[in-house]
Structure formats: C-alpha cells, structure tokens
Design a protein. Structure first.
Length: 624
C-alpha cells in the first residue's frame, strides 16, 4: 500500500506539467484575434476594460454558494454544550456530591469552562474523612472541552465526592460512572459560595471527546476570547487584533456557547467569499465559464473548506483581502474620460479598498502584508498613468490628480484603518471598566492599545518553540507539510482525523500558474498577470524572512491568487484553443473529484486507517 501514494504523486505532478506544456504551446501559434484582445484588456499600462456581470452569471453564483454552504455547514459541530457553569470563585472553593449508595467509581468526565488550574477529586465513605484520589487538570488547552480524569485508583468505592479548586475556575458539567460503566445520578449535598449545580445538563454528556462536541486547535484561544469579550472579561489571548474574535462572538451570541456557535461566523464568511470571488474573476476575464470554474476551485479547495470551518481568525483576513484587491482592481480599471464617472468610479472603489484593508488589519496582521501589495500596485499605476498624461500634454492635470489621489490614500489607507483598528479594542476597554464613546479619548485606553501592539510584536518575534506540525514557506508551496488539527484512533483499525492543506492539483498547478504570470508579465507586458503576481508575492515574501514558528494555514491568503492565476491560464485556453472546454472543465472536475476523495481527512469522518494512509502522497511528511 505504501507505493500507491508515490504513484499518485508522480501521476498528479505529471498531469500538472502536461497541462502547462499544452499552455505554453498556445503561444507558439499565431492568433491575431487573441493577441489583439489581450493587448486591449491586459496592457501593463493598466487594464482599461472591466467586464461587467450579466444575467447569465446569476444562476452559477446562486448554485455554487448554496451547494457549498450546505456542504460546509453539514457536520460543523454540536449545537449544544454545557452553558450553566459551576463557578469556583477563588482557591479553596469546593462542592460535595452525595451518591445514591456506596459505589465504585470507574470513570469521571467533566466539561471545562474558563480559566486554568486544577481540581482535587476526593472520595469519602462517611462524609467526614476524604482521601485524595486524583488531580483533574483544566489547562489552557482543555478549555471548552470534554475531559476525562486520570483516576489514581480504579473502581474505588465512594459515597461522597468532594471537588476542590486550586484557583478561580469554571466547570460546566460532571459525569460519574460506576464499575459497569453506567452513569450515576448523584445529588449535590453541599457547595461553597459561588458554585452552581453540575448535573443539570447530563443529556449533553458524550461518550468521548471529539471535534464535534469540543474545541480543537486554536479554538481554545479564539473561541475563548470571543466568549470573554461577551462577558467583558480581560482576554486571555491578546496576540492578534480583536476584531476577528468579535466577529466569532456574534455566532456565540446567536447560537450559544457550543461548537456550532463559535464556528458559525467563520463558515458563513467562507460561504460569503464565493459570490465576491466570482465577480472578481468575471471583472478580470469576462467569462462566465472561467468565473464558474475558478469559484468552484476556490470553494472546494481543501484549505478554504477546512480553515473556514474552524473558529480562528484567518478566515476574516482572507475575506477582506479578496475585497480590498477586488476594489483596487476596480479603481485601476475605472473609466477616466467622463469627469463625473471618473470621480465616482475612482473614489468609491479606492475608499472601499482602504476600508476593507482597515477591517482586515483589525482582524489579523496578514492583511497588512496584502496592503503592501496594494501600495505597490497603486504606485505603479500612478507612475504609468502620470507618464501617459504627460506624454499627451496633460502634465498639469497629472499634477493635480496625483496630489488629490495621495490625499485620498492618506485618508482611505491610513486614517480610516487606524480609526477602525483603534476602535476595535473596545472590549479590552470594557474589561478594564471603561464605557461609552468617551473611552476612546481616555489616555488609559490609548496606552492599553499601544501596549498590546508592543506585546503582540514581542510575542510573534519570540515564538520559536518546536511543534510537530510546523512548516516553512518552501513546504507550503508544494503541500509538503499539512497541519494536523484533530486525530483520534477508533476501534477496528478506524481513524478520525483532519487537517489543513491545499488541494494538491491547485497547489502545484497554481504554483506553475504563478510562474506563468511572471513569464506573461515580462514577455507580454500583461498587466493582469502582474496584478495577480504582486498579490501572491505580497502574501508569501514576508514569511520568507519570518523566523518564528509557522504553519501551513499561513499560506491560506495565497490561495486567492493561486486560483486567480489558474483562471488566467484557463482564459488563455479559452482565447487560443478551440477545444478549451475539455481542458478547463476537465481540470476543474478533477479537482472536485479530489475533494470527494479527500473528504474524510477534511472533516474527520471515520475511515479505515489504510484509506487515510493511502492519501499521504509524500511519505514521511504526512502528519496524520
């Protein structure tokens, strides 16, 4: 069986290279119609032609969005979890539980709420003398999870159980099992001040902890922080800007503190990416077929699917990067002949690009990298635009236009984003007792925001600890080291596991498409190819110089430009190959087929271990 992944790898790579060999052949054959068309629409001076949406685009957008939404929300997570917590308000608080009769205790499960520390589990036969039986941990990695106590003595009889907290802690539910594995129905005999019942949601107790009923990976940080924001508690996790966690909290407020609730907004944003992505591709290439295929590739790519279904903040950064680049493209392609249309169609897209840059930066700093790409695109556009105006005798107009445009960019890309970023820290202020609009003018609030920037920078600069699933940028570009999010061995040699990585055909094909964008830029002065290339490099190059520990999911923003680069290649087939449908539709269908094949390791659906191992196309690099 071990030879099969290698065969798969060789065949897939060969197929990708064969596709691009056909692509290069397209340009060896004279095609005056295609040459004229491309010169009119992709000149490096700036693409003047922007393709509008039409009625025939409505159906593909609706179908893709609805179908993907159904797939994404299916099996997202349990819609209920313990929400009435036992509050141990300080060290030494306790609860005493009386069992119906003297019973051997074989197993103890508990659901962890906020805070970290330990509980001391003690047994007694008479309610007077208690013996320490085990320590029940509530580590930061155990938050919002079902945990199982490691009992020091199996099946030891008890009539009374006492649980003492060694710090401020919250426990959502407790489940006790007798020697036969049956759940016991005890009653709380006594509890210290601040503790609530522990047995009011027993119907929620699962057999085992899974990703469906518990937090996994960085949800222990981001879902927790979202909940802390709701309760106006000082956030435990402060290594990223606040806005992404505030968005997560919307789902918790609506659906409750449960896996579905804290994953809802990320999945919704993953769905909402698709119509915007479709319109972006349509504006670029003008083809309903290419837009449909490109959106399908993006929607059902493994990284997009997995990463938007986990309650982390990366989804929001990617969503706003799509919007900021789309509106920047609309800015540089705005008609500039009619003064009225020029003012409206230039100013509005530029403002929206800056607005979404600000919102994205307030979610995660990766949006700042994207902003650097936007700055380069804007600068090159202004240089080429200025040269064009000067050569046509409009030097004075160029001077006025440039000054006005710089002023706009300062407002749209500096002042407005700074205000958004600064304002997003309001939950930090509320946790410190500040309130109302006046908090933004409080020097303590300003210091709080500034101190957090210093703290974040020092944190990310100093994250050098090893991690079994870490990877570097040169591994991302070839899917060399996926990141494992969940793994559980099951009876009968079954396994439940999933992680984040790109569809290999999109990853490898997209990388070759990026090289094609460089070639098209240099040889044909292709402005669209250059636009795509700059977007990709702005997301990848910073990671080449970052020495902190990194993971495959940091490549997620690059997926946007990998797929658009593939669409550019598809468009060349459409313009230059009479049988382009077979190649473009075939490549899209093959990627969709791979999604179905890899679905179990994208969702955790239990499968035989042999099947999961079969999907490990790079021996030794697959962490599942």
């Amino acid at each position: 069986m071990q030879i099969l992944p290698v065969v798969f790898l060789v065949l897939a790579v060969a197929l990708v290279f064969f596709f691009f060999a056909l692509y290069l052949r397209l340009f060896k054959i004279d095609n005056p119609v295609a040459d004229v068309y491309e010169r009119e629409t992709v000149s490096l001076s700036y693409p003047r032609r922007r393709f509008p949406m039409t009625k025939k685009d409505i159906l593909p957008i609706i179908l893709i969005t609805v179908i993907y939404g159904a797939v994404a929300f299916y099996g997202l997570g349990d819609k209920q979890a313990p929400e009435s917590f036992c509050h141990f308000s300080e060290k030494g608080r306790y609860v005493i539980i009386e069992l119906p009769e003297e019973t051997p205790i074989s197993r103890v499960m508990y659901y962890s709420g906020l805070y970290t520390g330990n509980y001391f589990l003690q047994y007694s036969l008479d309610g007077e003398g208690y013996t320490d039986e085990s320590t029940m941990e509530q580590k930061y990695s155990d938050i919002f999870k079902w945990n199982e106590a490691k009992l020091n003595t199996a099946n030891k009889p008890a009539k009374y159980i006492r649980i003492i907290a060694d710090d401020t802690l919250e426990m959502g539910e407790l489940a006790l099992y007798d020697a036969n594995g049956n759940r016991i129905s005890p009653k709380i005999l006594k509890y210290d001040a601040g503790c609530a019942p522990l047995f009011d949601e027993q119907y929620m107790v699962p057999e085992v902890m899974t990703y469906m009923n518990s937090a996994y990976f960085d949800e222990i940080y981001h879902a927790r922080t979202a909940y802390e924001n709701i309760r106006e508690i000082k956030p435990y996790e402060n290594t990223h800007p606040p806005l992404g966690k505030l968005i997560i909290s919307v789902g918790i407020r609506r659906f409750g503190l449960n896996p579905f609730g804290w994953r809802f907004m990320g999945t919704l944003f993953g769905v909402l990416m698709l119509p915007f992505f479709y319109i972006f591709i349509k504006n670029l290439f003008g083809s309903t077929a290419i837009s449909t295929c490109g959106t399908l590739l993006f929607a059902f790519d493994f990284m997009h699917f997995v990463q938007t279904r986990i309650a982390t903040i990366d989804t929001y950064g990617v969503f706003f990067i799509i919007l900021m680049y789309w509106f920047m493209y609309r800015y540089i392609t705005a008609p500039r002949d009619d003064p009225y249309m020029k003012k409206r169609q230039e100013t509005v897209p530029l403002f929206l690009s800056g607005l979404f840059f600000g919102i994205g930066a307030a979610c995660k700093w990766t949006a700042v990298y994207a902003g650097a790409g936007l700055a380069v695109i804007w600068l090159l556009f202004r240089i080429i635009r200025g040269r064009e105006l000067i050569l046509t005798g409009h030097g004075e107009e160029h001077k006025k236009e440039l000054i006005a445009n710089i002023f706009q960019c300062v407002i749209f890309f500096v002042i407005i984003p700074a205000i958004i970023y600064y304002a997003s820290y309001y939950p930090y202020g509320k946790a410190e007792g500040m309130s109302g609009f006046k908090m933004y003018f409080d020097k303590d609030y300003a210091k709080l925001v500034l101190d957090n920037q210093v703290s974040m920078f020092k944190y990310h600069e100093g994250v050098h600890a090893s991690h079994p699933y870490s990877s570097r940028w040169y591994q991302w570009i070839v899917d060399g080291r996926p990141i494992l999010y969940f793994l559980r061995s099951l009876p009968n040699n079954m396994k439940s596991a999933f992680g984040a990585f790109l569809n290999p055909l999109i990853c490898w094909g997209g990388l070759l498409a990026i090289f094609a964008m460089g070639w098209k830029t240099i040889k044909f002065r292709d402005g669209k190819a250059f636009f795509i290339l700059l977007g990709y490099l702005s997301q990848l190059i910073p990671w080449m110089f970052i020495t902190r520990i990194t993971f495959e999911y940091h490549y997620f923003p690059c997926l946007i430009f990998l797929v658009i680069a593939i669409c550019h290649v598809f468009n060349s087939f459409r313009l230059r190959d009479q049988k382009w449908e077979t190649k473009v539709y075939g490549a899209t269908a093959l990627c969709m087929l791979l999604f179905a094949v890899f679905y179990p390791v994208l969702t955790g659906v239990p499968v035989p271990r042999a099947y999961s191992d079969l999907l490990a196309w790079i021996p030794g690099a697959w962490p599942f």
